[in-house]
Ligand binder design. Structure first.
Ligand code: FE
Ligand code: FE
Ligand code: ZN
Length: 277
């Protein structure tokens, strides 16, 4: 089954987002756990969540992906900023248990001059404090473009973080195609090598999700500017290879392309035609 969805707004609730996903031909979606810039989350509405769970079951949805707010930085040089990241992720993970067995993605962080090694340790420390052995949610580290001092710009950096987490059976990776291309992985010409490399360094069993985006900038630019599918440096030919690749084809794909709802509907339709059953 082709698992495809896009980023949608949760502002009108869980049932609404499920219906919206269905209406554009998606069978999963990504959402921000709270305002991407603010820290306040809505009250938990069990009734609304149960309606979504029912809709997901009836329509054979794939796992949904929650995305932590962008402002979090688990490897800030300021202790209060690191604490805030810890508190929010802990609260998000507690909330995720109302939506059991799904995925939670976050940006590892920016070391802001402290160096990658310090950053890796601080991120791992945070994960060691928030991950519990009984949680049903898998926490995903997103592959980053390496803009500024972002940690997670290479598979090696992600692997180091994971190796320092005790309950790391709850930790995985979300591969963002825009980000890895911007980070220097040549998605168009070297997809097989990249995935072999991923398998050697992290292990493909850790790969749970793909953020499917084109990019406005060439390989190695470290920019992180997403583009609509087929309108950037990755192109539809490479997108077709990505969604059909043996190592990826069974994973859920989430679009984070600059689109309104009609644009997403259109991209999902194109992808369904490119996917080989
Ligand atoms: Fe992200
Ligand atoms: Fe992403
Ligand atoms: Zn991005």
């Amino acid at each position: 089954m082709f698992k495809i969805g896009c980023h949608l707004s949760i502002s009108k609730g869980f049932e609404h987002i499920g219906k919206e996903a269905l209406s554009i031909g998606a069978n999963t979606f990504q959402f921000f756990t709270r305002n991407p810039r603010g820290a306040k989350a809505k009250e938990i509405d069990i009734d609304d969540i149960n309606k979504l769970l029912k809709l997901m079951k009836e329509n054979n949805f794939a796992k949904v992906l929650a995305h932590a707010p962008y402002i979090l930085n688990a490897c800030s040089s300021k202790e209060e900023t690191r604490d805030l990241a810890l508190q929010i992720i802990q609260d998000d993970l507690m909330r995720m248990e109302y939506l059991p067995n799904n995925l939670y993605n976050f940006h590892p962080g920016s070391h802001v001059g402290q160096g990658v090694e310090v950053g890796v340790n601080q991120i791992a420390d945070m994960l060691n404090k928030v991950i519990t052995k009984d949680q049903t949610t898998i926490v995903l580290l997103e592959t980053m473009s390496g803009k500024g001092s972002e940690v997670g710009r290479s598979f090696e950096e992600l692997s180091e973080i994971i190796s320092k987490v005790s309950n790391n059976d709850k930790v995985g990776v979300c591969l963002d195609t825009c980000h890895i291309n911007d980070a220097g992985y040549d998605v168009v010409n070297k997809l097989d090598d990249i995935l072999n490399n991923f398998d050697k360094i992290i292990g493909l069993d850790r790969l749970y999700a793909v953020h499917l985006n084109d990019t406005m900038n060439p390989t190695g630019s470290h920019k992180d500017r997403h583009q609509k599918l087929g309108e950037g440096y990755i192109g539809l030919g490479a997108v077709e290879k990505i969604i059909n690749h043996e190592a990826l084809r069974d994973l859920p794909f989430y679009l984070e392309t600059p689109n309104d709802i009609e644009g997403y509907r259109n991209e999902i339709e194109i992808l369904k035609q490119l996917y080989r059953d």
